[in-house]
Write a protein that binds this ligand. Structure first.
Ligand SMILES: [Zn+2]
Length: 506
């Protein structure tokens, strides 16, 4: 690792400023040598991996994002159970002034905060213990960040994405005891929203965070869909969940027959898996066959809805906990790409206004570039193998554009989806839709994404489009933006494009 030496940093920044200038950049740099620069008025956060800041050096890193992109809030992972810490080198930006380190053979922790046992008395679950064998075990990033962030007028948010899978089940003590059960009663490696120990663990986690560190806010997310969507648009082959004792008890209390729900999901799963395996299609049609199962087992929809409500209750508990400790802290949610841009079930379940009582902000994903291949292969291709096999991919794409209110004259045609990204108009429309859904009751922050990889390939962003996306977000009524996905992937010309738009808006 290159040491964070101040002289080197000054050279580096001088180099940046010598490149095609952003308006006002040199004046700002001059001002910064004498006093802290004024924070830009619009919320302009960035998502950061903790290791990147330590690799590049905190001061150097903060200077870079402030001078290029005008960033005034940091969203840093406090826990990286979901974050990919083993990216191949071609995905990492090489123009930050410090060569990126190969992430694949490092022993990085999953927990980047000090932990305090007293807050975890109500749950048997425990986060990873970070001993001396982990890189950066001696660093306390959130404590170290406080002063450099304040000095620059930057807010400091902790950020977490829920983890799941075999690896997380091994890292988190007690995890295997709180997982979902599928229709056959088999345990999975995904946690159950209704397990009291799991809920208590999240509340304990945020309590520890906000009692131990001086944080301005918190963003939390869980990138998983409901059981209905995972059957008809399968992310994995897993059978539908959850039918654990807690979910069964909840269903019963809500007047839903758990056995009918289980049987309905079983029939739907067998039906869709049969379609995927090439079994003969029903004479009445594939989509009709889907409706038939739903009509006979309306409990499927009720169960799906409870799954969503249970998730919201986990968030509500975290919200209350944080607000009880620090009322001014801003607590909000990461809505990932599927629910923001192609999951009609998630969208139908709840408006953002309904989430507002426990949401200071909603950060939804609006990654224009990567939406192209994602729609091509994660939406169109998968639906064609399940309940939309009767329509062509072209028709399905048309239907998608119309159902979601995107402009098909502007957005890519089928054969362009995996070559060109969506347009900045998508960011405009999705922001406008989200702002309307929020009814002014919570703030909407679009996640402006660039340099987001597709598989192990870097997808290079066009700075001009990034610039337009930022302008469009605000034109559509956003209260701020979150520069995404990860700082370690972001190339400097695109960071500059964000800064150019923010400075024009200011
Ligand atoms: Zn359950």
């Amino acid at each position: 690792m290159e040491p964070d030496n101040t002289a080197g940093r000054r050279d580096f920044l001088a180099g940046l400023l010598a490149l095609p200038a952003l308006p006002g950049a040199s004046q700002e740099a001059t001002a910064q040598q004498t006093a802290a620069p004024p924070a830009l008025p619009r919320f302009n956060a960035i998502q950061m991996g903790p290791h990147t800041m330590l690799d590049e050096g905190i001061d150097r890193c903060l200077d870079l994002i402030q001078e290029t992109a005008g960033i005034n809030a940091l969203m840093v992972y406090s826990h990286t159970y979901h974050g990919d810490l083993r990216k191949p080198p071609q995905l990492l930006a090489t123009d930050h002034g410090v060569p990126p380190r190969d992430m694949r053979n490092r022993k990085l922790p999953s927990v980047w905060v000090r932990q305090h046992e007293q807050y975890f008395q109500n749950t048997p679950l425990r986060h990873q213990r970070v001993d001396r064998s982990f890189e950066y075990a001696d660093r306390d990033l959130f404590a170290e960040l406080a002063e450099p962030a304040r000095k620059r007028g930057m807010k400091l948010y902790a950020r977490i994405l829920e983890g799941s899978g075999r690896e997380v089940a091994q890292i988190v003590q007690g995890f295997s005891q709180i997982v979902t059960r599928d229709i056959d009663g088999r345990p999975t490696t995904v946690a159950c929203w209704n397990h009291p120990d799991y809920r208590a663990w999240w509340s304990a986690t945020v309590e520890d965070l906000f009692r131990s560190y001086d944080l301005d806010g918190f963003q939390w997310g869980a990138e998983r869909m409901g059981p209905l969507m995972n059957v008809i648009l399968p992310w994995n082959d897993g059978a539908p969940t959850c039918f654990c004792e807690h979910c069964v008890a909840r269903g019963r209390a809500k007047g839903i027959d758990p056995e009918r729900a289980r049987k309905g999901f079983e029939e739907l799963y067998v039906y869709v898996r049969g379609l995927m395996a090439g079994k003969p299609k029903p004479a009445d049609g594939v989509f009709t066959g889907f409706l038939r199962v739903l009509l006979r087992y309306p409990e499927i929809l009720s169960w799906e809805y409870q799954y969503r409500l249970s998730r919201e209750e986990v968030m509500q508990a975290m919200y209350r906990t944080v607000k009880g400790i620090k009322p001014a802290a801003q607590v909000g949610w990461h809505v990932d790409h599927q629910p923001s841009s192609w999951d009609l079930v998630y969208r139908a379940e709840m408006t953002y206004a309904e989430m507002a009582p426990y949401s200071d902000f909603i950060k939804f994903i609006a990654y224009h570039d990567i939406l192209g291949p994602r729609i091509r292969y994660w939406y169109l291709a998968r639906f064609q193998r399940t309940i939309l096999s009767e329509i062509s991919l072209e028709q399905s794409l048309d239907l998608y554009y119309d159902l979601f209110g995107y402009d098909k004259k502007v957005e890519p045609k089928l054969d362009q989806l995996d070559k060109t990204g969506f347009s900045p108009d998508y960011v405009y429309r999705e922001t406008r839709r989200s702002v309307a859904s929020a009814e002014g009751k919570t703030k909407i922050y679009p996640g402006i994404g660039f340099d987001v990889p597709w598989g192990s390939n870097h997808v290079a962003a066009d700075p001009e489009k990034v610039y337009e996306c930022v302008l469009n977000a605000f034109k559509a009524g956003a209260s701020g933006i979150v520069v995404s996905r990860e700082y370690e992937e972001m190339r400097v010309p695109n960071l500059r494009a964000v800064g150019r738009a923010m400075r024009e808006l200011a």
